[in-house]
Design a binder for this molecule. Structure first.
Ligand SMILES: Cc1cc2nc3c(=O)[nH]c(=O)nc-3n(C[C@H](O)[C@H](O)[C@H](O)COP(=O)(O)OP(=O)(O)OC[C@H]3O[C@@H](n4cnc5c(N)ncnc54)[C@H](O)[C@@H]3O)c2cc1C
Length: 330
């Protein structure tokens, strides 16, 4: 069998198949930890069949699935993923590739094949593209319905953290969590965290050190001794003194350095918090219907928020070519 280097396939740390709630969550967790993630999204979608999603947290009057899908893709992109509109046709494991090469080759409907170190399946309806990675009996289940025999991907094939008997293959969906959007997203997050921990373990971390949280914290909470890096080093040493790796080894020092960097990088100051708040509001506003925004806030509030010169110029010119506050045109 040819290796990805021989086929010229682009290489990714992680390929996620599907950008529904499960795939988006998995991709965001993996990319936020610095993994190079590509998400392919096309084909049959459960979410697209939902008329209006009213039980997903954070949307008081529900959310239409078109807007939610746009938001999820945008979130994955902002986290650093390449989100590509393409269908995964098959995933093959290149059995004899050496350890330094990604073991999977992902074949797409349109694009060039992609080599991946890890693959996360997140496609509620479809597991066909995984056929051949393991025995059919293990991956698929057959049942009779109305006198006909049907074969489906086995929702219990993967463990709850998405790991499977195939090293490097994870399944976020189909799973026993895929019947509601929020539980599918939760499963995706859990699988994304597992992938992050496994990538760290490959990089020399040990399991207890590799499991972490993806939190963003206020610098104001970094009080007293914890503002000092040495205190974190001390904490790490105490936590892992009896762990599997010699505390005097170079490996221990390297992982400690990375873990402390990681912890300290999770703190943001008040200016950064304000900047992220503004960026978050803007990303939401970009996807809202302008009429709904006017309806919700009233014209006075919106005119008050606008640059006076832009409003005057718009009134004077009375049209879409009036200059905007940023110097562009409408
Ligand atoms: C009619 C209906 C109404 C529903 N209403 C609700 C509701 O009100 N509330 C609720 O919580 N849940 C509802 N659900 C369930 C909800 O849609 C699912 O729980 C949720 O969408 C599962 O998320 P997922 O990410 O696992 O899969 P999906 O939402 O199916 O996302 C999978 C993604 O993968 C892509 N994909 C598929 N195959 C491939 C491939 N080979 N290559 C690349 N991409 C691929 C698809 O295009 C899709 O974007 C409803 C489902 C249906 C059918």
């Amino acid at each position: 069998m040819t290796s990805p280097a021989e086929t010229g396939a682009a290489e990714r740390d992680v390929v996620v198949v599907g950008c529904g709630p499960a795939g988006c969550a998995a991709a965001v967790f993996a990319a936020r930890d610095g993994l190079d993630v590509a998400v392919f999204d096309r084909g049959r979608s459960s979410l697209a069949r939902c008329a209006h999603l009213e039980n997903y947290p954070g949307f008081p009057a529900g959310i239409d699935v078109g807007t939610l899908s746009d938001l999820m893709r945008a979130q994955a992109e902002r986290a650093g993923c390449a989100v590509v509109d393409d269908l995964v046709e098959s995933v093959e494991r290149l059995g004899d590739s050496d350890a330094d090469e990604p073991p999977f080759e992902v074949t797409l409907q349109e694009g060039e094949p992609v080599a991946a170190r890890r693959v996360i399946a997140a496609t509620r309806y479809d597991g066909e593209y995984l056929r051949g990675l393991d025995d059919d009996d293990a991956m698929f289940e057959v049942h009779d319905h109305a006198g006909e025999t049907h074969e489906h991907f086995d929702r219990e094939y993967a463990d709850r953290d998405g790991t499977t008997p195939v090293d490097g293959l994870y399944v976020a969906s189909p799973s026993d969590a895929d019947r509601q959007a929020v539980t599918a997203a939760g499963r995706g997050a859990r699988v994304g965290k597992r992938v992050v921990a496994d990538a760290r373990i490959d990089d020399g971390w040990w399991p207890e050190a590799a499991e972490g949280v993806d939190w963003v914290r206020r610098e104001a909470e970094l009080d007293g001794e914890w503002a000092d890096r040495d205190r974190w080093v001390e904490w790490f040493d105490a936590e892992h003194a009896d762990g599997p790796v010699d505390p005097d080894s170079a490996r221990f020092a390297r992982v400690r350095e990375a873990a402390v960097d990681d912890a300290l990088a999770s703190y943001v100051d008040a200016d950064e918090e304000a900047a992220r708040t503004a960026a978050g509001h803007r990303a939401l506003a970009e996807r809202l219907d302008p009429d709904a925004v006017v309806d919700a806030h009233g014209p006075d509030a919106l005119l008050g928020a606008m640059d006076d010169e832009a409003v005057a110029a718009y009134a004077a010119d009375g049209g879409p070519d009036a200059p905007q506050a940023d110097g562009g045109t409408r």
